[in-house]
Design a protein around this ligand. Sequence first.
Ligand code: FAD
Ligand code: FES
Length: 279
Amino acid sequence: MKNPYLPYPVRIDKIIVETEDKNLRSFRLVFINPEDEKAFAYTPGQFAELSLAGYGEIPIGIASSPTEKGHIFFTVNKVGSVSSALHNMKEGDIMGVRGPLGNAYPLESMEGRDIVIVAGGFAVTTLRSTVTWMLHPDNRAKYGKIYFIYGARTPGMLLYRDEMQKWQERDDIETYITIDREYPGWDGLVGMVPAVLEQANPPSANATAVVCGPPVMIRFTQPVLEKLGFADDQVVLSLENRMKCGIGICGRCNVGPEYVCKDGPVFTKAQLNELPKEY
Ligand SMILES: Cc1cc2nc3c(=O)[nH]c(=O)nc-3n(C[C@H](O)[C@H](O)[C@H](O)COP(=O)(O)OP(=O)(O)OC[C@H]3O[C@@H](n4cnc5c(N)ncnc54)[C@H](O)[C@@H]3O)c2cc1C
Ligand code: FES
């Protein structure tokens, strides 16, 4: 059995500066050993520990979809020691990836239902994975209507703009891409994500909502989902508690009896209602 603390060696194939402040960069990684790619079989919603020799590891949501072969993809905000070291890496450099870790979005139980994706800021990463997976020809027919509501502070802070433009041109996904307030040259939607969700007014009768964003967005989104008729077991959230081992051993990430790294990071709102508010 493989040592769970041992990362797979990967090469940085491409670095994309995503946002105008240059603090968000995406890293496309290629496994050095092709058999490691097979071993790293993941599902949207999972995360991995990105490992940098001499600096440490950080948990980061997997932004690529398993339908995208040949590489994995992460988007990292530069906030502290390890993420800054990663931002200093160059294409061609070697680093490590440990995972995939955690549970995933409940894609099977979401089959046959409408899907409402609600994302704010750079928390859209694992939702990019989810939408890419659902839009793949092998999977699209499994789901009903897909609503994608995503907001950022300014146009320059939106991630994956080229890709989202392609989603906007499709007729099998309804996209609502918004920025917080008017901005020169922006002729798209303006307004906070919860307000735009309310205007989009997706039907809740046979739907699941998946919500990822900063805590304030999540707080204001919940009453809107309630108003639209979503029960707590129809709302799925992903937590980002501090982590260390990522495999349910060190106890760093507990919320009550749950290990966010192993039992989560994905929980329904109904499950979170049963837990202490330590997240
Ligand atoms: C399951 C999961 C998925 C994540 N996905 C992403 C992702 O896709 N992209 C991304 O950029 N980040 C993501 N994060 C957050 C990321 O792990 C932290 O930003 C990172 O660990 C910071 O490490 P550092 O060494 O750069 O900063 P540090 O030097 O450790 O800390 C710098 C600052 O960041 C804050 N910080 C550290 N860890 C966290 C955390 N978990 N949540 C909030 N604030 C934190 C600290 O309080 C401090 O202010 C995720 C976290 C989890 C648990
Ligand atoms: S991070 Fe160690 S138990 Fe979750």
